[in-house]
Design a protein around this ligand. Structure first.
Ligand code: ADP
Ligand code: ASP
Ligand code: MG
Length: 409
């Protein structure tokens, strides 16, 4: 009996640090040329070179305090176009037939939320056509088309471009090449004793990403989970398989899998709010409309018909949150709005946490013994998060890594 072997497309994404300079780009071109020599159809997704996205945002800040979201998206999208075009030039120089496509040319469709757009679909005919022509297709990550406009997918969004393309093209998995050789038990830049993990379940990876482990964009993990796509995080200079993100068996679930850290947080407190039905909605609906993500909400016990409400917002959104809330103060009958910046979140994440008592106590004790004050606590089924002062973040991550014996397999 003869078997027809269908060649399965490989989708590989290279992050900004792997493409930081022309020399980096040429190294990645060598890497791709070697893979291409194996004969598999190859789609490559690229991020902007090095800190190019930050540099573009800084440029915008030099001409206005509040750049228009549409214009900022058009500006930021140029970063990925530069690396895609340069990489293809380097590939062609190596005799590899390749073509670069912008996100819209590659058929990446998004909603209209500029700066944090979600992919609504991928129309892959152009990519397929180029693959059929035997070309390596290099797609500019982080961007798509609303139909009429260019929109970007939020910081780290090239991961999501790659996962969406891998799903649409029926790839067996998506390789994310970055500047670390896998997912570690904590950010290895903060915790030198962090240990690389061979595999991480979708649920745990999603929570780690959501709590600040920016090695993968949260949305990319969500998408991969929904479609059961395996994602591998690896380093281009290593033949190692890296870390596999996939469904893990229940018995393999860990109590604490890793530590996530997220710096640049601020606390907002509304004092003496009218304690009435609908008050919380009156506060949070306008914040959501302004695209501000809120976390760790605490409402204090009411007193004399009034109550205090505190929550955490990213420091970058603090000015916008203050603008929204100041406008609401009279209606809310709040006496004051307090803000404190310079905060950070440190989380322990593990799918077995919810059925293991004592984890919270152990976390609080470890931080307390290290003299680190906890400003706020939030939990989910598989996570406990403490808000602390930013200056203690590195110490907190290291102390918790040790307290939960994460350096040991
Ligand atoms: P890229 O430019 O390739 O997209 P990112 O900077 O977005 O790379 O993500 C890689 C970085 O994620 C690493 O350099 C590392 O500092 C950070 N990171 C945070 N948490 C983790 C973790 N648990 N494991 C590995 N890397 C992590
Ligand atoms: N270049 C974009 C960023 O810096 C997207 C990405 O790197 O994934 O956020
Ligand atoms: Mg990234």
């Amino acid at each position: 009996m003869s078997e027809v072997l269908v060649e399965q497309t490989v989708v590989a994404k290279y992050g900004g640090s792997s493409l930081a300079t022309p020399a980096h780009i040429m190294r990645i071109a060598d890497h791709i040329a070697a893979q291409r020599a194996l004969g598999v159809p190859l789609v490559v997704v690229v991020s902007a070179m090095g800190d190019a996205t930050d540099d573009l945002i800084a440029l915008a800040a030099q001409v206005t305090k509040r750049p228009d979201a549409r214009e900022l998206d058009l500006l930021m999208a140029t970063g990925e176009l530069v690396s895609a075009a340069l990489l293809v030039m380097a590939l062609q120089d190596r005799g590899v037939d390749a073509i670069s496509l912008s996100g819209p040319q590659a058929g990446i469709l998004t909603d209209g939320s500029h700066g944090r757009a979600r992919i609504t679909g991928v129309e892959p005919s152009r990519v397929r056509q180029e693959l059929d022509n035997g070309r390596v297709v290099v797609v500019a990550g982080f961007q798509g088309s609303t139909g009429t406009e260019i929109a970007t997918l939020g910081r780290g969004g090239s991961d999501t471009s790659a996962v969406a393309l891998a799903i649409t093209l029926g790839a067996t998995r998506c390789d994310i090449y970055t500047d670390v050789d896998g997912v570690y038990t904590a950010d290895p830049r903060l915790v030198p004793r962090a240990r690389r993990l061979d595999s991480v379940g979708y649920e745990e990876m999603l929570e780690l990403a959501h709590q600040g482990a920016k090695v993968l964009q949260t949305r990319s993990v969500e998408l991969a989970w929904v479609h059961g796509l395996e994602v591998r995080v690896r380093h281009p200079n290593s033949s190692d398989e890296g870390t596999s993100i996939r469904e893990v068996a229940v018995e393999a679930r860990q109590k604490v899998r890793g530590i996530a850290t997220d710096d640049g947080m601020a606390k907002v407190t509304l004092l003496d709010l009218a304690d009435r039905p609908g008050m919380a909605a009156d506060v949070f609906a306008p914040l959501a409309d302004a695209g501000i993500t809120v976390d760790g909400i605490i409402q204090n016990v009411g007193h004399d018909g009034a109550t205090d409400l505190s929550f955490i917002v990213p420091e970058a959104d603090l000015a916008a949150a203050e603008r929204v809330l100041r406008g609401l103060l009279p209606d809310l009958r709040a006496s004051a709005l307090d803000v404190a910046s310079g905060l950070a979140k440190v989380s322990i994440v593990g799918s077995g946490i919810h059925n293991a008592p004592g984890y919270a106590a152990r976390m609080f004790k470890a931080l307390g013994t290290a003299g680190i004050n906890i400003e706020m606590i939030t939990t989910s089924d598989i996570r406990i998060t403490c808000v602390i002062e930013s200056r203690h973040l590195t110490a907190a991550a290291r102390v918790l890594h040790q307290a939960f014996e994460l350096e040991q397999a």
